[in-house]
Design a protein around this ligand. Structure first.
Ligand code: UDP
Ligand code: MG
Length: 137
């Protein structure tokens, strides 16, 4: 059993796709052990994506992430981290495999509907960025 961190991003929440994404997570055998709706501040978005601070898309990405509410979640299951990345699909929906969430739902390479940690270390950092231990059950 391992855990990963997920976000249902503002573009998906705005289009009322959160329920569908949660349903997909559950049907893939991953368990949602923490979930909350938040409206990220710019500071929170910048801290969360600090690794991308030098990238040209950083300003636009952080604007977008605080443009509306999102859902943050902790997922648990066998190989949760790589498994959730596989279900999400590639960053750019044009490159994502058929049947992945990003291929089916994403708007463009930025408004790509979901986030998933890219390694076990990122998962630990990202989970503790948004959740206290007592919120995970
Ligand atoms: N992003 C973007 N343009 C790019 C690359 C990434 O707008 O050329 C956004 C997109 O929302 C992506 C996020 O920045 O999900 C983080 O980028 P990363 O490379 O970490 O992709 P991910 O891990 O989300 O697949
Ligand atoms: Mg990433």
């Amino acid at each position: 059993m391992s855990r990963t961190f997920a976000i249902i991003k503002p573009d998906a929440v705005e289009r009322s796709l959160a329920g569908r994404i949660i349903s997909r997570i559950e049907s893939e055998g991953l368990r949602i052990v923490a979930l909350k709706r938040i409206y990220m501040t710019r500071k929170q978005a910048e801290g969360f994506y600090a690794e991308h601070r030098e990238r040209p898309f950083f300003g636009s990405l952080t604007d977008y992430m605080c443009s509306g509410p999102c859902y943050v979640a902790v997922l648990e299951g066998d190989n949760a981290q790589p498994r959730w990345r596989e279900i999400m699909g590639a960053t750019n929906p044009a490159d994502a495999d058929k049947g992945t969430i990003r291929k089916e739902l994403a708007v463009d390479p930025e408004k790509n509907s979901v986030h998933g940690s890219d390694s076990e270390d990122s998962a630990s950092r990202e989970i503790s960025y948004f959740f206290a231990d007592i919120e995970i059950a």
